[in-house]
Design a protein around this ligand. Structure first.
Ligand SMILES: Cc1cc2nc3c(=O)[nH]c(=O)nc-3n(C[C@H](O)[C@H](O)[C@H](O)COP(=O)(O)OP(=O)(O)OC[C@H]3O[C@@H](n4cnc5c(N)ncnc54)[C@H](O)[C@@H]3O)c2cc1C
Length: 477
C-alpha cells in the first residue's frame, strides 16, 4: 500500500474518517482473541458507496481489507493478519425500518445489538439471539460469525433471522440477496452464504432481519450439583422430557468461584451449577418451572432455587455473563485466554465432554474453566495461563488439540458460535476435511485476488500460537 492509495482513500471518505496514526492502527489490530496485527490504515465508511469505492480500489491494487464491527470476536477473525485496510463499520449504524406487521426490520451493518433491542422493545419485539457481548457487537459481525447466545436452544442463531442482505463484493459490486418475506424459495439462498463467512466473501452493509414477539414472562431455576457430569446429565434429561427451556447455562466450580469473588454473583459455592430459564405465557412458565425443579431433584441436585423476580434473575444473568472477565482476575499473573473456547456437542454428549475436558486439563497441568450454553450443547472453556510463559502456551496448545479431538470424536463441532478465524482454523480442517476444497473454490470464485480477510479459516497454516497480542519471546508476533 503506498501513499497514493492512502490519498485515494482519503478522497473517498474524507480525511477525518481515516487514520494512519500508530496508536490507532495498534488499537485496531486487536479483537478479543489472543492475536494481534496492526493494519496500515483504518477507514470509517458512512455509506455503501464508500465501501464499494474502497473495495474497487483495494481489488485493483491487491490491498487486504478487513471489515470490522465491534471487534469483540474471540478467535482472531477481526485481526487484520496481512495489514492493509480495516473498514470500521460502526458509523453505518442506522436502524432504517421496523415493520412489526411484516415481522422484519432493516438495519445497517454497524448497528450494535443492544441498541437494536432497545429500539424493538417498545413494540414488544426482539431478535432473541442475545450474545454475551450485546452491548458492543454489531449486527454485521453477528451475521458474519453466525452468532447466538444463551437462548439458541429455543430461539436459534443469527442464521435463523437473516432474510436479506446488501453486500459489497470484492470487486466493489453491490448485490442484494434474499428477500423481505418470511418465506423464499427463489433460487440459491445466497444470504445464507454470507452467514459465518467472517468477512472473507463480501462486506455486509445492510440486513433485513426477522423479528419475533418478546416472551411475556420468565423464571429461572438455579440447581446445584456435586459433579459437572451430573449437571450435564440434568441438561439432557430436561430436553428429553420433552421440555425446551429458553436457556440452560452450565458453570463449573472454577467459574463459580471466579464470579463470586469478582462480581459478588452470590452463587452457592458448589462443584457445578445449572441456571435454567423458562419463558412464555405466565401459566406455561409456572408449569415448566415446576417440571424443571422436579427433574433437577430427580437427577440429584443438592439445592434448587426458583426466582421470577426480575432483579434476582438479572443478578444471576450478570454473574453468568461476567465469567470471562472474572476468570482473568482469578489468579495473579494469569489471564484467561480464548483457546478451545466454543465447541458444541450433541446435547446427550455433554456429560462425556465435560469429564473429558477435566481429565485433559489435569493431564496437561492447565487450569480450565468450563461453562456454556449447555441446552444447545455449546460449551465454553477458558484457559488460565501466564501469557509470557512459553511452557504455559505449549501445554495450553496441547490441551486444545486434545479437547478438540474429544469434541470431534463425540460428533461435535469446534465452534458453536464464535467462528473460526485463526484460533480454530487447524481444528476446523480436522473436523470437516471434505468441505475445505468447496470452501476454497467459493472463496476463489468470489474473491479471486484474495483481498477479503485473507489467511484465515481454511487458509491458516500451522500452530495457532502465533501473531500473539502478548509479549512472549519464543513466539512470532
Ligand atoms: C465478553 C464477550 C462475550 C461474548 N459472548 C458471545 C455470545 O454469547 N455468543 C456469540 O455468538 N459470541 C459471543 N462473543 C463473540 C463475539 O461477540 C461475536 O462473535 C460477535 O458476533 C462479533 O461481532 P463484532 O461486531 O464484534 O464483530 P468483529 O469482532 O468486529 O468481527 C467478527 C468477524 O465478522 C466480520 N465482520 C464484521 N462486520 C462485518 C461486516 N459488516 N461484513 C462482513 N464481515 C464482517 C469480521 O471481518 C470478522 O471476521 C463474545 C465476545 C466477548 C468479548
Amino acid at each position: 500500500m503506498d501513499k497514493s492509495d492512502i490519498e485515494a482513500i482519503k478522497g473517498i471518505v474524507g480525511e477525518r474518517r481515516c487514520s494512519t496514526r500508530v496508536a490507532e492502527l495498534y488499537s485496531y489490530g486487536f479483537d478479543a482473541s489472543i492475536h494481534h496485527r496492526s493494519p496500515e490504515i483504518v477507514v470509517q465508511p458512512s455509506c455503501t458507496d464508500h465501501v464499494s469505492q474502497i473495495l474497487r480500489l483495494a481489488n485493483a491494487k491487491r490491498i487486504p481489507v478487513l471489515a470490522r464491527g465491534g471487534g469483540t470476536g474471540l478467535c482472531g477473525s477481526a485481526v487484520p493478519l496481512e495489514g492493509g485496510i480495516v473498514l470500521d463499520m460502526t458509523r453505518m449504524n442506522s436502524i432504517k425500518e421496523i415493520r412489526v406487521e411484516d415481522l422484519y426490520c432493516v438495519v445497517q451493518a454497524g448497528v450494535i445489538y443492544d441498541k437494536l433491542m432497545e429500539a424493538l422493545a417498545p413494540f414488544k419485539f426482539s431478535i432473541p439471539t442475545a450474545p454475551g457481548s450485546g452491548e458492543a457487537c454489531t449486527m454485521g459481525g453477528m451475521i458474519a460469525t453466525n452468532a447466538s447466545g444463551m437462548r439458541a436452544i429455543k430461539y436459534g442463531a443469527m442464521r435463523d433471522y437473516v432474510l436479506g442482505l446488501e453486500v459489497v463484493l470484492a470487486s466493489g459490486e453491490v448485490i442484494h440477496v434474499g428477500t423481505r418475506t418470511l418465506k423464499n424459495s427463489s433460487g440459491y439462498q445466497l444470504e445464507r452464504l454470507f452467514v459465518g463467512s467472517e468477512g472473507t466473501l463480501g462486506v455486509i452493509t445492510e440486513a433485513t432481519l426477522r423479528i419475533v414477539p418478546k416472551a411475556k414472562k420468565a423464571a429461572m431455576i438455579l440447581a446445584a450439583f456435586d459433579t459437572l457430569e451430573l449437571a450435564g446429565k440434568c441438561v439432557s434429561r430436561i430436553i428429553a422430557k420433552p421440555l425446551i427451556p429458553s436457556a440452560i447455562e452450565l458453570m463449573d466450580s472454577t467459574c463459580i468461584k471466579a464470579v463470586n469473588k469478582t462480581v459478588r454473583a452470590g452463587f452457592p459455592d458448589v462443584e457445578a451449577l445449572c441456571m435454567i430459564e423458562v419463558d412464555g405465557e405466565p401459566e406455561t412458565v409456572e408449569k415448566e418451572a415446576a417440571m424443571v425443579q422436579q427433574i433437577c431433584r430427580e437427577v440429584g441436585a443438592t439445592g434448587v432455587e426458583l426466582s421470577s423476580d426480575p432483579k434476582q434473575m438479572a443478578k444471576w444473568t450478570y454473574g453468568r455473563k461476567s465469567i470471562m472477565s472474572s476468570l482473568s482476575r482469578f489468579g495473579a499473573g494469569f489471564v484467561s485466554v480464548s483457546l478451545a473456547d466454543d465447541m458444541a456437542v450433541p446435547i446427550s454428549k455433554i456429560p462425556e465432554a465435560v469429564v473429558a475436558f477435566q481429565a485433559i486439563a489435569k493431564d496437561n497441568g492447565v487450569i480450565v474453566g468450563t461453562y456454556g450454553h449447555a441446552a444447545d450443547g455449546n460449551l465454553h472453556t477458558k484457559m488460565l495461563l501466564d501469557p509470557t510463559s512459553e511452557d504455559h502456551w505449549q501445554r495450553g496448545e496441547k490441551a486444545v488439540g486434545e479437547i478438540f479431538d474429544a469434541v470431534i470424536s463425540l460428533g461435535g463441532t469446534v465452534t458453536g458460535e464464535h467462528g473460526v478465524g485463526i484460533s480454530k482454523a487447524p481444528y476446523m480442517r480436522k473436523e470437516r476435511p471434505e468441505a475445505l476444497e468447496t470452501m476454497r473454490s467459493l472463496k476463489r470464485a468470489m474473491d479471486p485476488n484474495n483481498i477479503l480477510n485473507p489467511g484465515k479459516m481454511m487458509d491458516w497454516e500451522g500452530s495457532i500460537i502465533r501473531k500473539l497480542r502478548y509479549p512472549c519471546e519464543k513466539y512470532e508476533r
